[in-house]
Design a protein around this ligand. Structure first.
Ligand code: 5GP
Length: 184
């Protein structure tokens, strides 16, 4: 049975961009679509980057055990729908999640065989620059993300592999190589 692969790492490191590259260049790699209670950013489409749901709906999904993992992040809830991931693995196909650290730890606890990959920034100043430069966050939310990113950087040693995101295409290719090596 193929292993579930998880890409995690601090906010702003470019997990979303690397996974978008995987989606466009390696469409045979199935990527889970998370549920979130945060509002869509400009350019985001419901069902593509996320399924955008209300807090009530999110709580209902969590209470019914329909989320493989879930976490609160900078005031919003995020979770991985369980069914599609289990179906994918049952078919013998690899699956990829892109989630923050608390979720990655929940996956580790629930599925010890999962393969956890940490996406690291080239340096802390570079990460700070990326987090500040996005310009889509209110100041309080940005401060929360910076604080959290510092704590998350220290978690690198909990992971099975580390990819440095100095070049998005190279990082995506490295991730796909690692995922495919798990299936051999
Ligand atoms: P953003 O709001 O910038 O899209 O995502 C914020 C954080 O939530 C990112 O670190 C992203 O990886 C994480 N995230 C996205 N989906 C999930 C999920 O389903 N579960 C968890 N635990 N984190 C998620």
């Amino acid at each position: 049975m193929p292993r579930l692969s998880v890409l995690s790492g601090p906010s702003g490191v470019g997990k979303g961009t690397v996974v978008a590259k995987v989606r466009s260049l390696y469409p045979h790699i199935w990527v889970s679509v998370s549920c979130t209670t945060r509002a869509p950013r400009p350019g985001e489409t419901d069902g593509v980057e996320y399924r955008f749901v209300s807090r009530d709906r999110f709580r209902e999904l969590a209470e019914r055990g329909q989320l493989l993992e879930h976490a609160e992040y900078a005031g919003n809830l995020y979770g991985t729908p369980r069914g599609p991931v289990e179906e994918q693995l049952a078919h013998g196909d690899p699956a990829l999640l892109e989630i923050e650290l608390q979720g990655a730890r929940q996956v580790r606890a629930a599925m010890p065989e999962a393969f956890l990959v940490f996406l690291a920034p080239p340096s802390w100043p570079e990460l700070e620059r990326r987090l500040t430069g996005r310009g889509t966050e209110a100041p309080a939310q940005l401060a929360a993300r910076l604080e959290r990113a510092k704590v998350e950087l220290a978690a690198e040693h909990e992971f099975d592999a580390v990819i440095v995101n100095d070049d998005v295409e190279r990082a995506a290719a490295e991730l796909v190589d690692l995922i495919e090596a798990q299936c051999r």
